[in-house]
Design a protein around this ligand. Structure first.
Ligand code: IFM
Length: 446
């Protein structure tokens, strides 16, 4: 059934997103030093296909052609991250001129093509030198992040559409330090909660430092959020769903907008609760100019712990396709918190695909996924949520963390053997859709 699209505001921003480690490659080129993901990739068994980010999409060496591709796809905005160990190899002290030059060329190249640059400072690739000092579990690392943020903001801030401090701190803390399936591969709930606190603290401190430096770009943070619903109406499943919501949504939202952690989650954590210093929560609560929301699916919570609803449509990640969850989430966040303008900073789906004999990639599943989620954003706007933009995850197929190159999220197919880029049907549809938004023409459906 063709999707019908609600109206979007005239100045709504349509873009695509990537992150440094997932696409840049050039891992040890021009002075870039190792990040925790370079190290993690070398841990036997950590990445399903044994791959790493050494080459990835080789974006570092193909910048101009990739920028031209973005322009040809009609993108209005591009969300990317800077690799901290490319611009400041040890995460402290000396800056790497060649690394800074790369982001100069990226930002200027975007602007020259009429594409608005949205920078994320931390998309998970901590300099290994800082991990060697304890990583995010060490409060000092928050101060190193503040220096990094301020330097980047001073240098690029007047050319950026926005700066986000962190991408998905829940993933860094929980998957990286509690479950151990992301870098740095630690398995301690106590460490994970301390890390989440230091990430939030570093966010608030960086915001204050960037504002004090007179940076004009809007400042914010990007959270992965989802509704958590009980698998059954038993008290047990309901309690589990409430706790899952507390850990994923309220832990971050309450801290950022109310200056406290939720009491039910603190109770559940017991001795694993983080150590706080006086004044930390006031810093974390520093007002943000925008909130980025990454949405992929909902969590259905029961036995086993997280399971897609039976019979549901799944992506290649095994994630349920549940577009209305995005509307539900946004309406709920607006009800519960004093939200600033919101951007959907990531939304997309992995499906296996490849060019056919004619060189076309027919990714109908992804097209439908995107259309239904875009419509869900429109429904949230109609319900009065102030959403200002939408970024597809991802522009390119890329390194999908522990899944290596086995999962394809791109609207542009990447042949990793040749580095050939092929816009998929989803990219061609998105181009037409963006153009129709701008001209007010009928919106294309499949
Ligand atoms: O690839 C990731 C991205 O780096 C962060 N958000 C989720 C995406 C898909 O798993």
């Amino acid at each position: 059934m063709p999707t019908t699209f609600p109206d979007f505001p005239k100045d709504f921003v349509w873009g695509a997103a990537t992150s440094a480690f997932q696409i840049e490659g050039a891992a040890f080129t021009d002075g870039r030093a190792a990040s925790i993901w370079d190290t993690f990739c070398r841990t036997p068994g950590a990445i399903v296909d044994g791959s790493n980010g050494d080459i990835a999409c080789d974006h570092y060496h193909r910048l101009d052609a990739d920028l031209d591709l973005m322009r040809d796809l009609g993108l209005q905005a591009y969300r990317f991250s800077s690799a901290w160990s490319r611009v400041q190899p040890d995460g402290a002290g000396a800056w790497n001129q060649k690394g800074l030059d790369f982001y100069d060329r990226l930002v200027d190249g975007l602007l020259a093509r009429g594409i608005a640059p949205y920078l994320t400072l931390y998309h998970w690739d901590l300099p290994q030198a800082l991990q060697d000092q304890g990583g995010w579990a060490n409060r000092e690392v928050a101060l190193r992040f503040v220096d990094y943020a301020e330097t980047m903001a001073r240098r690029f801030g007047d050319r950026l559409a926005s700066i986000a401090t962190h991408n998905e701190p829940w993933v860094v803390a929980t998957l990286g330090h509690e479950q151990g399936i992301f870098a740095p591969g630690l398995k301690s709930r106590r460490t994970a909660t301390q890390v989440s606190h230091h990430l939030l603290l570093s966010h608030g401190m960086a915001l204050l430092a960037m504002r004090a430096a007179g940076v004009k770009a809007p400042l914010g943070i990007v959270l992965n959020q989802a509704p958590s619903v009980p698998a059954t109406e038993t008290d047990g499943d309901r309690a589990k769903a409430k706790l899952a919501d507390g850990l994923l949504v309220r832990w971050y939202m309450d801290a950022l907008f109310r200056g406290r952690y939720p009491s039910d989650v603190l109770l559940d954590l017991g001795d694993d609760a983080p150590e706080l210093h006086d004044g930390d929560m006031a810093i974390i609560r520093t007002p943000i100019d925008f909130l980025g929301i990454n949405y992929y699916t909902r969590s259905v919570v029961g036995e086993p712990a997280f399971t897609p609803a039976p019979g549901s449509e799944l992506t290649d990640m095994g994630w349920e396709v549940y577009p209305q969850g995005l509307t539900e989430l946004l309406v709920r966040l607006r009800r519960d918190y004093p939200l600033p303008p919101v951007y959907i900073t990531e939304n997309g789906a992995a499906f296996a695909d490849a060019p056919d004999a004619q060189g076309r990639v027919h990714d109908g599943d992804r097209c439908r996924y995107l259309q239904r989620h875009i419509a869900a954003v429109g429904d949230a706007i109609a319900a009065d949520v102030d959403v200002r933009g939408y970024f597809v995850w991802s522009l390119f197929d890329n390194f999908e963390w522990p899944f290596g190159y086995t999962k394809r999220f791109g609207i542009v197919h990447v042949d990793y053997a040749t580095q050939q880029r092929t816009p998929k049907d989803s990219a061609l549809w998105y181009r037409e859709f963006i153009a129709a938004q701008a001209t007010g023409a009928a919106r294309p459906t499949l």
